[in-house]
Write a protein that binds this ligand. Structure first.
Ligand code: ZN
Length: 313
């Protein structure tokens, strides 16, 4: 993989860094991953890991990096809740110095939006939003045929829209952020609440008997097998997802939402409740075309593919 025309992108996650190389036609010609160094007190091990991964994928002309946090328009990772000790990290400059070629950096969900818009589920749209439903919620925006970054690079932090000021605390310091309800951890919370009300017996058994151990996958698997109580939790979850999508539609009127992140697994289960609640919660649903809601074409690779597509800073 030393072909000079490959474009390499790396998506840096809290547990792993996932890289892809794209051929001239945008197809994925190679992929590889490395564990993200844990408990880093200097950022050197992270730079080592990323440059090793870039080399293994044949990055020779330039590299794109998607990072999980607030990335400034100059490519500085200002803060990243899932990477210990990271603040004001000049990831682009340091990697570029190490590799000897340009490195572009952007938020991971912004990269995923770029991938889905350019090569994936949202090809041909001019106004779309990508929402990643994972441990938290990330977002990316395309408007008027352009990827949007906002005045400072921080556009698309949909997960911290407050949907209930009296809701559960969020690691960001506020209460009732959308991602407390509509992410993978939100689904688990809704399930634990149901289990505490003595519902969801089969799901609790699946989790080993303790309601506190219930995770999103347990609810999903039980619902896929037709468990009525699990389906009721999925329906409630779908309502929370739809509430945020309705708010975003009121703000930006997209023609399409692409849903990505870990919850895209089992997507057939979520589409019906999300779509039904969305039509119910939207402002003036009878006077407008409803945005399409589809799941990400690139699945967990969307962030890395989009990173490879980033323009040079
Ligand atoms: Zn928050």
């Amino acid at each position: 993989m030393t072909n000079g025309s490959v474009r390499v992108g790396i998506d840096v996650g809290g547990t792993k860094a996932l890289g892809v190389a794209l051929g001239d036609d945008g197809s994925i010609v190679a992929q590889d991953l490395r564990p993200t160094p844990r408990g880093i007190d200097s950022l050197e091990p992270l730079i080592d890991t990323l440059s090793d991964l870039a080399h293994s994928l044949g990055a020779s002309g330039r590299l794109g990096v998607g990072a999980p946090g607030l990335v400034t328009r100059e490519g500085v990772l200002r803060a990243a809740p899932n990477l210990d000790g990271v603040a004001e990290f000049e990831i682009g400059r340091l990697l570029s110095e190490r590799l000897g070629h340009p490195v572009s950096v952007d938020n991971d969900a912004t990269c995923a939006a770029l991938a889905e818009w350019t090569l994936g589920a949202a090809i041909g749209t001019t106004d779309m939003m990508l929402v990643t439903l994972g441990t938290g919620i990330g977002g990316g925006i395309v408007a008027n045929g352009e990827l949007q970054r906002g005045a400072h690079g921080f556009a698309g932090e949909f997960g911290h829209m407050v949907v209930d000021p009296n809701g559960p605390p969020c690691p960001c310091g506020r209460r009732g952020c959308w991602e407390r309800y509509a992410s993978g951890s939100g689904l688990a919370m809704l399930a634990r609440q149901a289990a505490a009300g003595r519902r969801l017996r089969s799901v609790v058994e699946r989790a080993g008997g303790d309601p506190e151990d219930v995770r999103g996958e347990h609810v999903r698997d039980a619902a896929l097998e037709g468990d009525g109580e699990a389906r009721a939790v999925i329906d409630e979850f779908g309502r929370w997802v739809a509430l945020g999508l309705a708010n975003l539609t009121n703000a930006a009127d997209p023609e399409m939402f692409v849903l990505g992140g870990g919850l895209a697994m089992g997507s057939e289960l979520y589409v019906e409740p999300i779509t039904r609640w969305f039509a119910e919660l939207l402002y003036q649903p009878n006077l407008r075309p409803l945005p399409r809601i589809e799941f990400a074409h690139f699945g967990p690779l969307a962030g890395a593919v989009g990173a490879a597509l980033l323009p040079e800073l």
